[in-house]
Every structure is written in structure tokens, then in C-alpha cells.
Design a binder for this molecule. Structure first.
Ligand code: FES
Length: 356
């Protein structure tokens, strides 16, 4: 257990702990950008630099392990100036149209800039190329917002095993995206959305369908219904300041009715149908000698992953639709008939926790 001093505080942590983690244990916050706990520590952005007594250069705290007797300064003038220079350079090549950005007020670059008191960008000049890609149904890319932290590259390749995103080109010309700067729709991207979940800025984000929903709600000749996945009622409250995990089912349903939805449904219903259908399919396969073992097909992301990477397992997948898709089918048939609505006028909006 090496003992060290961080900003004058005695800290004792297990061998191999990084300075960043040791500081966190001591209640000292060091700003980070490219680092993401349990996913990536590559020391790329240098926002987390600290000063270590006796070291000639500042070190990136997210990748530097502690040593016995280290004296670390996390907020010296030298450290603050270095972080501000790094941030100045990042901001100088960042599309700073914050007001219209999907991640406005939920942007790590904004937060770090605020924490470091950035009030102007002194490095101005040429900007790198802007490539936008909105051709998939789930994700939008905008390279002009990318800060090259590579979190998306790591999560896509090392966590998801997909490898759809990689650095293309070199130096100032580097673009993070699919090979040959093609669209995400042309590669084996499974639309899982993990890249958007880890992106610290708005370089890759969930496709926004809100205007299309408003257009449907505003059209009196349409019958617009909504289904919410079980996860939504347990996560939505957090956006409104409730403790994580607070169930807000009643408030959510009331809010959806006030928005103008003609019906509010729970995908749990069609999740039960999926289980019944998959159960029947399994019994049929067991009785009639079908392909076993049978694997659930209730996640569209998983189906696409299987199609691209394990096509030899396709016969093992259940042929059932996902709960979200089953609901859509029922809404256009059984529900439309019961409600006396022409199926072509029924619009189904899905509020799901998953981009796929
Ligand atoms: Fe440590 Fe980027 S957060 S180098």
C-alpha cells in the first residue's frame, strides 16, 4: 500500500492505483475528458495532468500509477495553465454551436471548460473537415464536434466487439468513423448506441425523432399512441431531479396524455407475448426436432450483431419479433380493429431505452 501526499493530504492506496483514482479516494476532483472508468484510460487528451515533485514534466493522472512517497499537486499554477492550453486547442477545433447541440448542458467539454474558467479561445485558424452522417435510423454523427478522445472507438471494439469506428487519416486530418469515411449504414454497426452513450460531446448522438412525433400529434386525422419500455418509468425521473430509480409511472402517463397521445401503453404487455410466443416456438422445436438450443430474438441489436458476426448461429435464433415490434404489429391490427380506427391512421411512438 504506497503512501503519498496529494495536495497536502495523506493518501494510502493499493499498488497500481492511478493518481486519478487515488485523488478521487481523497475527495480531490481532477478534470478528465478522454478517460472513462472501466472502459478507457489512454492518456490522450492531457486534461488530467498533475505535477509530481521531482518529475520534469507534468503527467497524465489517468494513466500514471502512484509511487511510495510521491508528492502530487493537482491544482498548481503550472497545472492550471497547462490544462487551459490543452482545452484552448481542443475548443479551437470544436464546432461550438452549443445552443443547437443535442448535448447542450449535458456536455463534458462544457463542464470542463466551465470548471477551468475558460472565457475565450485564443487559438484560432483552420478547422478540420466536417463530415456529417445521418443515414442510419438510430445515430447521427458530426465530426466537427469530435474531440478525438476515442471513447467511441474503444467501446465499439473492446466492449461491443463490433469495430465499426476507427481513426481515419492522420494528424489534423484524423476523422473518427467507419473505414474510408463511409456512412455508418454501410458497415457492420449494430446501432447499439454505446458510442453515443460514452461520447463526451455531441459528435455522435441518438437520432432525434421529436419533431416527427410533434407533427403526428398536431395532425387531427391521425390516431397517435405511445408505448413505453419498462426501463423508462424507472429512469425518466432522474431527468427531473428525482433520485435514480424512482418510479414515475403515474406522472409519465399523465404527461404523455397531456402531450396529446390518444393511448398510452406499456411494452411489458408485448414482452409477455414475446415470452409466450418464444415458449411455443421452443416447444415446437423440441417436439418436432427443430434447431436447438433456441436463443431469444427480443433484442434488435443482438439480432443484427448475430447476423453480421455469427451468421452460423442464425438458425438458433427464435423467429419471434421483439416486444417493441410485436406491439407495433398488434397496434395496427387488433388494437385498430378494437378502437375502430383505420390502421393507416395509427401512428405508434416507442419510448425505449435502446437506440437499436
Ligand atoms: Fe487523462 Fe485524457 S483524461 S489524458
Amino acid at each position: 500500500m504506497p503512501k503519498l501526499l496529494i495536495d497536502g493530504k495523506n493518501v494510502e492506496v493499493p499498488e497500481g492505483t492511478t493518481i486519478l483514482a487515488a485523488a478521487e479516494q481523497a475527495g480531490i476532483k481532477i478534470p478528465t475528458l478522454c478517460y472513462l472508468k472501466d472502459v478507457q484510460a489512454i492518456g490522450a487528451c492531457r486534461v488530467c495532468v498533475v505535477e509530481v515533485e521531482g518529475y520534469r514534466n507534468l503527467v497524465a493522472s489517468c494513466v500514471t500509477p502512484v509511487n511510495e512517497g510521491m508528492h502530487v499537486l493537482t491544482n498548481s499554477r503550472r497545472v492550471r495553465e497547462s490544462r487551459r492550453t490543452v482545452l484552448d486547442l481542443i475548443l479551437s477545433d470544436h464546432d461550438g454551436e452549443c445552443q443547437t447541440c443535442e448535448r447542450n448542458e449535458d456536455c463534458e467539454l462544457q463542464m470542463v471548460s466551465r470548471a477551468l474558467g475558460m472565457r475565450e479561445i485564443t487559438n484560432t485558424g483552420e478547422k478540420s473537415r466536417k463530415i456529417t452522417d445521418d443515414r442510419t435510423p438510430a445515430l447521427d454523427r458530426n465530426s466537427a464536434k469530435c474531440i478525438h478522445c476515442r471513447r467511441c472507438v474503444t467501446v465499439c471494439s473492446e466492449v461491443q466487439g463490433v469495430r465499426a469506428l476507427n481513426p481515419q487519416g492522420r494528424g489534423f486530418k484524423t476523422i473518427i468513423g467507419p473505414a474510408f469515411n463511409r456512412g455508418l449504414d454501410t458497415v457492420a454497426c449494430v446501432q447499439c448506441g454505446q458510442c453515443a452513450a460514452v461520447c463526451p460531446v455531441g459528435a455522435i448522438s441518438e437520432k432525434n425523432h421529436i419533431n416527427a412525433v410533434w407533427a403526428a400529434l398536431d395532425n387531427p386525422s391521425l390516431h397517435v399512441i405511445v408505448q413505453t419500455a419498462p426501463a423508462i418509468r424507472a429512469t425518466l425521473g432522474e431527468c427531473f431531479g428525482y433520485p435514480p430509480g424512482t418510479r414515475v409511472t403515474g406522472r409519465m402517463v399523465a404527461a404523455l396524455r397531456r402531450l396529446g397521445f390518444d393511448g398510452v401503453f406499456d411494452t411489458e404487455f408485448s414482452a409477455d407475448l414475446t415470452i409466450i410466443e418464444e415458449g411455443n416456438e421452443l416447444l415446437k422445436r423440441v417436439k418436432e426436432g427443430g434447431t436447438l438450443p433456441m436463443i431469444t430474438s427480443c433484442s434488435p441489436g443482438w439480432i443484427k450483431f448475430c447476423e453480421h458476426f455469427y451468421p452460423d448461429l442464425l438458425a438458433h435464433l427464435s423467429t419471434c419479433k421483439s416486444p417493441q415490434q410485436m406491439f407495433g404489429a398488434l397496434a395496427k391490427t387488433y388494437y385498430a380493429e378494437t378502437a375502430g380506427v383505420d390502421p393507416k391512421d395509427v401512428i405508434v411512438v416507442s419510448i425505449m431505452p435502446c437506440t437499436a
